[in-house]
Design a protein around this ligand. Structure first.
Ligand SMILES: Nc1ncnc2c1ncn2[C@@H]1O[C@H](COP(=O)(O)OP(=O)(O)OP(=O)(O)O)[C@@H](O)[C@H]1O
Ligand code: SF4
Ligand SMILES: [Mg+2]
Length: 365
């Protein structure tokens, strides 16, 4: 079931596989005596080649910790992260360097993430100082720098300017060019457009889309903005308190959520089809519980309107949409052939909102 939970939509090869990854941090002792905060708790995730996977969930659920773990900036307590079966945490020297090249990141704040004392050209070409074998001569490096600038919609002459001379959108283009400098297979975008004006956001998102079509790179797209996630992703993974609680195609997760938490999140996002009947807005009660003392059984039970006794006693199993009694849904046709797995961790997944006339009662009533 685990494999089904997060199979890439296109049936394409997996670029990256994350299995049972747990990450704890030592923090000050809580009232209950715990001092290990579980930021990630058994994460399973697959990203297909050329695919965009959206990662959503409330502030503090672990999205950036997962991103930092994939960037090898955090070492997981347990579990594996692999490209083609190769786990980076056992690698050293050249092999580790080669692995690092494959995953790059674009950060949220294009103002804070670029060194003001360097020129755009120095920022973009900085990774080549570590990865020396990639472009051997100064001429090769200069040609590639100009190519990268043009790829992200800047001019070769921009190489000599400092970050302060660019607008926010242009700075984010520099950040993207830097991420592309090592020809990565996966780029993690952590809130890449949330610091930008709306019109500039659209330009940067279009650029990311064009780059993916040209280069075949995969993206993990982290964002609080669900309308953007809906627009740009192929599949979505929903996180709650350190776990992935639902995955599926973007259409399935937004239109036919299985998990009550996903239903609550998605009820707040605008519909793709403006003619569609708006879902009732489900207002989540309470705050995200502390990952230091998560609830027993299902982590969402303290806020769930469907919770029953078993939810406090047993961690919920993963169920596919079919196992949840939805029948076989038509295969989504995002870009491939294979029907995408849609699954969630819940004892009582939601019925199909279309065929079963599902309308969850608003929480707190
Ligand atoms: N270095 C650290 N030491 C202790 N706790 C940490 C550390 N890094 C993250 N955490 C905790 O881990 C949990 C997950 O944090 P994380 O930054 O991954 O959340 P997030 O989903 O990215 O949130 P946001 O949407 O606000 O960016 C939080 O409770 C956070 O306080
Ligand atoms: S397992 Fe129970 S508490 Fe958790 S989401 Fe499902 S119904 Fe709600
Ligand atoms: Mg974050």
């Amino acid at each position: 079931m685990t494999a089904l939970l997060d199979r890439p939509v296109s049936g394409a090869d997996a670029a990256l596989e994350v299995r049972d990854v747990t990450k704890t941090f030592q923090v000050a002792r809580s009232a209950s005596g715990n001092n290990r905060l579980r930021a990630l708790d058994g994460i399973n995730l697959t990203v297909g080649r050329g695919e965009t996977l959206g990662l959503v969930g409330e502030s503090g659920c672990g999205k950036s910790t997962l991103a930092r773990t994939l960037m090898l900036l955090e070492k997981p307590d347990s579990g594996t992260v692999a490209f083609e079966g190769q786990d980076p945490f056992g690698l050293k020297g050249k092999e580790l360097l080669a692995w690092r090249r494959r995953v790059q990141m674009v950060f949220q704040d294009p103002f804070a993430s670029l060194n003001a004392r360097m020129t755009a050209g120095e920022i973009i070409s900085e990774p080549w100082a570590t990865h020396r074998g990639l472009y051997k001569t100064a001429r090769e490096r200069e040609a590639r720098l100009h190519e990268l600038l043009q790829l992200v919609g800047l001019r070769p002459s921009d190489a000599k300017k400092s970050p302060q001379e660019f607008s926010g959108g242009q700075r984010q283009r520099i950040g993207i060019a830097r991420a592309l400098a090592l020809n990565p297979e996966l780029i993690i975008l952590d809130e890449p457009v949330s610091a930008l004006d709306l019109s500039i956001q659209a330009q940067v998102l279009n650029l990311l889309n064009e780059l993916q079509e040209k280069l075949g790179v995969s993206y993990i797209f982290i964002s609080h903005d669900l309308s953007v996630v809906r627009h740009v992703t192929d599949r979505v993974a929903v996180m709650y308190l350190g776990r992935i609680i639902e995955t599926g195609t973007t259409e399935d997760v937004f239109e036919r959520p299985l998990h009550p938490y996903t239903a609550a999140l998605m009820s707040a996002s605008p519909k793709l089809d403006p003619a569609a009947r708006p879902a009732e807005r489900i207002v989540l009660k309470g705050e995200l519980p502390s990952p230091l003392d998560p609830p027993s059984g299902c982590r969402f039970r303290t806020r769930c309107w469907k919770a029953q006794d078993i939810c406090a006693q047993q961690a919920p199993p993963r169920r596919t949409a079919t196992e949840a009694g939805r029948g076989v849904l038509p295969a989504p046709s995002l870009r491939g052939d294979a029907p995408a797995a849609h699954a969630a961790e819940c004892h009582f997944p939601l019925a199909d909102p279309v065929s079963a006339g599902h309308r969850p009662a608003p929480a707190g009533e």
